[in-house]
Ligand binder design. Structure first.
Ligand SMILES: NC(=O)c1ccc[n+]([C@@H]2O[C@H](COP(=O)([O-])OP(=O)(O)OC[C@H]3O[C@@H](n4cnc5c(N)ncnc54)[C@H](OP(=O)(O)O)[C@@H]3O)[C@@H](O)[C@H]2O)c1
Length: 167
């Protein structure tokens, strides 16, 4: 089973504040939905609470050490148990979808990264650990312009990049 990570981060590697996202980019949400649909998605308990419900057409695996449970998701108290569950279900590409804690712990297992680099700098309390790209190959890249309506910034510009780990 391949392990992939999907994350959107700002210029200072910021990913969240008060358990919420820092921007609203509808094209990025669409991308996220398209890429992860049909797959197992692995997240920390805080990220699940921030989303608030199981995402449709995906199998939600939630990590918690505190016996957390919620309708429509599978909860595990260890990464190994969550990965075994996905493998036994025949998953070929599992997606790590956050948050900061889970990205950091899972990074050593990740084979492929789907990254949204957002043109944003601002207050945050959750960060991605800086990635050393020298051990990764960029295989796909697309740039998106900012969206404004009557001068007001609706969504910042961003770059979508896909990397695979070098052999
Ligand atoms: N920009 C993005 O792409 C993106 C994506 C996702 C999330 N986020 C942001 O990230 C932030 C949340 O990140 P976070 O680091 O605070 O929390 P998190 O990673 O979502 O969840 C942390 C929780 O996961 C559980 N956990 C962690 N490691 C575990 C392990 N090995 N075994 C079992 N359970 C484990 C623990 O839950 P218990 O306390 O229940 O034991 C821990 O408190 C939010 O601001 C959210 O908006 C951003």
């Amino acid at each position: 089973m391949k392990i992939s990570m999907i994350v959107a981060y700002g210029k200072n590697w910021e990913i969240g504040l008060n358990n919420q996202m820092l921007w609203h980019i509808s094209e990025d949400f669409k991308n996220f939905k398209q890429i992860t649909s049909g797959h197992h998605i692995l997240m920390g308990r805080k990220t699940f609470e921030s989303i608030g419900k199981p995402l449709p057409n995906r199998t939600s695996l939630v990590l918690s050490t505190k016996g957390f449970s919620s309708e429509g998701v599978h909860t595990f108290d260890s990464i190994e148990k969550a990965l075994d569950f996905a493998r036994q279900n025949g998953e070929e590409e599992l997606f790590v979808i956050g948050g900061a804690n889970i990205y950091e712990t899972m990074f050593k297992y990740v084979d492929k990264m789907y990254l949204s680099e957002v043109d944003f700098q601002g207050e945050a309390d959750a960060y991605l650990k800086q990635i050393d790209f020298s051990t990764w190959d960029l295989i796909e890249q697309k740039e998106y312009e900012e969206i404004r309506q009557e001068q007001k910034l609706i969504s910042p510009s961003w770059k979508f990049k896909v990397y695979v780990k070098k052999d």
